[in-house]
Write a protein that binds this ligand. Structure first.
Ligand SMILES: [Fe+2]
Ligand SMILES: [Fe+2]
Length: 357
């Protein structure tokens, strides 16, 4: 005879409940026995039953796209299949016994019965399961988000090998963008557009601004002198090429971040007075994120040494930005940037180019 009470008390899902709760749950549990190599749940099937393992070991695996791989092994006290019980959805993994296995089975019918008899207890169980579920979702989505962010930055860094602009430039410009965006968010004109979500987006997308340079030849990218007219025209195309690359990513993923990146790639060389490229947009017709990027990009370029020019002093760079208000740059953005200029200078100092530090 199984000692169901101590099994429940020792299980990962139900530990910590009162003894009479265990007795009430126990009435709804059905002991089941599986032989070796038996599939308890199959990924993709719909299911509403969970199993508390009493004896034996199971393997939890999933189809990774390139093959079935084991994610975990579970033994006595572990619970499997509980996600389907709360979400009434398809199984997210396959559970197979590795030896003779005994379980206690609990399905949605039992759960409904418990809900009738003891709503408070049923609710408590639902809460425990939901918490477990959301912890898992949170952990998984955090991991995915981290990987996604790292990939976006790695993609942006691809230009580094083919571009006189360095990884430190990408790090600095994304930080100038955040700083400027945060300061602008206080301004009544931008209060509604610049949200925390926007700021996070610009931080992620800014490093992609020159991704289109991967398609520009070395003879133009690394030319030590000023470019000739034809070469300059070719160089300008990095905006539309970058935007087209982002367009393809949008088609594949639909991710909002790449819409922001698309506009940054396309419009970061537009000028406030309409004399920029590639579209010749003027004033507020230039997307906000591209206006922010333009000022961040130029400011950093002024302070940096390039093959065709030497670095400016911080004072000169500041004056150059001031002079660009209303012609090259959004005048409000220039005001806000100059009001916070020491914080921009701190970023420049913090992320020095490796070769010059
Ligand atoms: Fe550019
Ligand atoms: Fe740049």
């Amino acid at each position: 005879m199984l000692d169901v009470i101590s099994i429940l008390a020792g299980s990962e899902l139900f530990s910590g409940l009162a003894r009479d709760s265990y007795e009430r749950i126990a009435r709804h549990l059905k002991p089941v026995r599986f032989g070796r190599d038996h599939v308890i749940c199959r990924e993709g099937d719909s299911g509403d039953t969970m199993y508390i393992i009493v004896k034996g070991t199971v393997s939890v695996s999933s189809d990774m796209g390139w093959g079935q791989r084991e994610l975990d092994r579970k033994g006595p006290g572990a619970v499997v299949g509980e996600m389907a019980l709360i979400s009434n959805d398809v199984r997210s993994a396959t559970v197979r016994t590795l030896e003779e296995t005994e379980c206690l089975q609990f399905d949605s019918e039992s759960f409904d019965a418990l809900l009738d008899q003891d709503p408070a207890l049923a609710q408590r169980i639902a809460k425990i399961m939901t918490r477990r579920f959301s912890t898992l979702v949170h952990k998984t989505s955090n991991e995915l988000l981290g990987a996604y962010r790292a990939l976006v930055f790695a993609l942006a860094n691809m230009t580094e090998s083919r571009d006189p602009e360095t990884g430190a430039h990408l790090e600095r410009t994304r930080n100038y963008c955040v700083l400027l965006a945060e300061a602008l968010a206080e301004h009544e004109k931008y209060r509604d557009t610049i949200t925390p979500h926007f700021i996070d987006g610009i931080y992620q997308a800014a490093p992609l601004h020159d991704i289109g340079k991967v398609a520009i030849s070395d003879s133009i990218l690394f030319k030590p002198d000023q470019l000739g007219p034809a070469e300059y025209d070719r160089m300008k195309v990095h905006t539309t090429i970058g935007a087209a690359m982002m367009e393809r990513v949008i088609k594949q993923s639909g991710a909002e971040l790449f819409r922001l990146a698309n506009r940054i790639c396309l419009y970061h060389h537009e000028r406030w007075d309409g004399t920029g490229y590639p579209a010749g947009l003027a004033g507020d017709a230039i997307p906000v994120e591209a206006r922010i990027m333009a000022i961040a990009d130029v400011y950093d370029a002024l302070l940096s040494h390039r093959v065709y020019k030497s670095a400016m002093t911080m004072e000169d760079a500041r004056e150059k930005i001031r002079a660009g208000a209303g012609t090259q740059f959004d005048p409000i953005m220039v005001d806000v940037m100059l009001a916070n200029i020491s914080r921009f200078e701190d970023i420049y100092i913090k992320y020095q180019d490796e070769e010059t530090s």
